[in-house]
Design a protein around this ligand. Structure first.
Ligand code: PLP
Length: 442
């Protein structure tokens, strides 16, 4: 039998003609088929997308590649990845894994070999003990680990304290998981760090997490052991607040700075701390997509559940490489840091010579976060008023071909972020162009 649905042409809604026979399966198909076809009036996209925006740093990297492909002379200082190659011993470990046939599924939280290596690292370097079978999980990059943690733990309305400026992805991941980001302003005058008073002032009964990132992306600021101790003293008074400590730049530190992580500083926080770390930065393995977390069993198990229904696990070959990264030689770290430090000093000094720019010397990571307060309300040679940091970075790109990220993307303006994990001569050229751009403003 054939049924013809109503034709509501006047409203731009069409019903379709479908074969209909009287059994339940076909009846269901039929009723689905007579749902109005709203065509272009209705978006395919879910409402949750309205809570987030694309990563500003990833977007800039894409734009720079596009401009270069068009033949434009652009220096990209937006990407947060070392320009060093992955060390050979790590690459070899991956090749050997392929030869051994380690090309199949692994357990969701990662191979036991890698989890053992992570547990060894955390004990050796951070003085913390974790059971590799229950308290450690591996994901496709630190990014996925944070995503898993938020999805596994947040209920609608739960608050997550995020010191600003922050890594671009934290607020969006919180929002995707239906949480509410609560920002704490950490200005340049506080060296971009959160004071204990500022932390206390934003804790509410709804606070679920505090996200700490030291050394920080985008500022390079790092908390000393004493500063972490002071934050820990506040956190001890709020037993319901969990701490996600993003230690991904742990090894990228300068000038004899000593890295510490909060669960090491205050062991009483161990049972509500999730340590996030990964291979991308220190081992120059951004493309291998490997990150890990260590924390309480219940949370790790929840994160594994989320992962089991999304990516399943990190690539088996990357995991084999990760074992070598953690257990093999670490001798390239110091020379890499020495080069990073030289670049940091070059960039800071040249930026401080640019009119209207002020740049602090950061303790770690490979970013600087200069203030461009002194150029706001100046006019470009084309007669455009520089109203904010987005205008300024647009001007830098258009006039001098230097691509940097506006502070607005990281939650603190007027600033911009420079990643100095790039060739030293290019950095010199880029900073000279920034000086030139600033000198041309009136
Ligand atoms: N955390 C911070 C602070 C970062 O800067 C990044 C990358 O830029 C990540 C986490 C995630 O890195 P990945 O997913 O490459 O491990």
């Amino acid at each position: 039998m054939y049924l013809v649905g109503a034709n509501a042409l006047s409203e731009g809604i069409y019903f379709r003609v479908r074969k209909f026979s009287c059994n339940f399966k076909n009846a269901r198909l039929f009723f689905c088929s007579i749902l109005p076809d709203l065509g272009s009036n209705m978006s395919i996209l879910a409402s949750r997308l309205s809570r987030i925006k694309p990563s500003a740093t990833n977007a800039l990297t894409g734009l720079v590649s596009e401009l270069k492909a068009q033949g434009r002379d652009v220096i990209g200082l937006g990407a947060g990845e070392p320009d060093f190659d992955t060390p050979d011993n790590i690459k070899e470990a991956a090749v050997e894994a392929i030869r051994r046939g380690e090309t199949k599924y692994t357990p969701v939280p990662g191979t036991l070999a890698l989890r053992n290596a992570i547990a060894g690292k955390l004990e050796r370097e951070n003085g913390l003990n974790y059971d590799p079978t229950k308290q450690i999980t591996v994901g496709t990059g630190g990014k996925q680990i944070i995503f898993n943690a938020m999805m596994a733990s947040l209920n609608a309305g739960d608050e997550v304290i995020i010191p600003a400026p922050y890594w671009v992805s934290y607020p969006d991941m919180v929002a995707l998981a239906e949480g509410t980001p609560v920002f704490v302003n950490c200005p340049e005058t506080k060296r971009f760090k959160m004071s204990p008073e500022a932390l206390r002032s934003v804790i509410t009964p709804n606070t679920k997490w505090l996200i700490l990132n030291s050394p920080s992306n985008p500022t390079g600021a790092a908390y000393t052991t004493k500063e972490l101790r002071e934050l820990a003293d506040i956190l001890l008074q709020y037993p319901n607040v969990w701490i996600l400590t993003d230690d991904i730049y742990e090894h990228v530190i300068y000038d004899d700075f000593t890295f510490s992580t909060i669960a090491e500083v205050e062991p009483k926080l161990y049972h509500r701390t999730l340590i996030l770390n990964g291979m991308s930065k220190v081992y120059s393995m951004t493309g291998w997509r490997l990150g890990y977390a260590a924390g309480p069993e219940e949370l790790i198990s929840g994160m594994n559940n989320i992962q089991s229904q999304s990516t399943t696990h990190a690539t088996s070959i990357s995991q084999a490489a990760g074992v070598e990264a953690l257990e093999g030689t670490q001798e390239f770290i110091l020379p890499n840091n020495k080069l990073f430090r030289e670049r940091r000093d070059l960039v800071v000094s040249m930026l401080n010579q640019a009119e209207g720019i002020n740049c602090l010397v950061p303790e770690g990571a490979f970013y600087v976060y200069p203030s461009c307060d002194g150029v706001i309300n100046k006019t470009t040679p084309n007669g455009k008023l520089v109203v904010n940091d987005t205008d300024f970075v647009t001007y830098l790109l258009e006039s001098e071909g230097v691509a940097v990220v506006q502070g607005a993307a990281f939650g603190l303006s007027p600033h911009f972020r420079i990643s100095y994990a790039t060739d030293t001569e290019l950095l010199r050229e880029a900073c000279a162009r920034i000086q030139n751009a600033c000198a041309s403003l009136v």
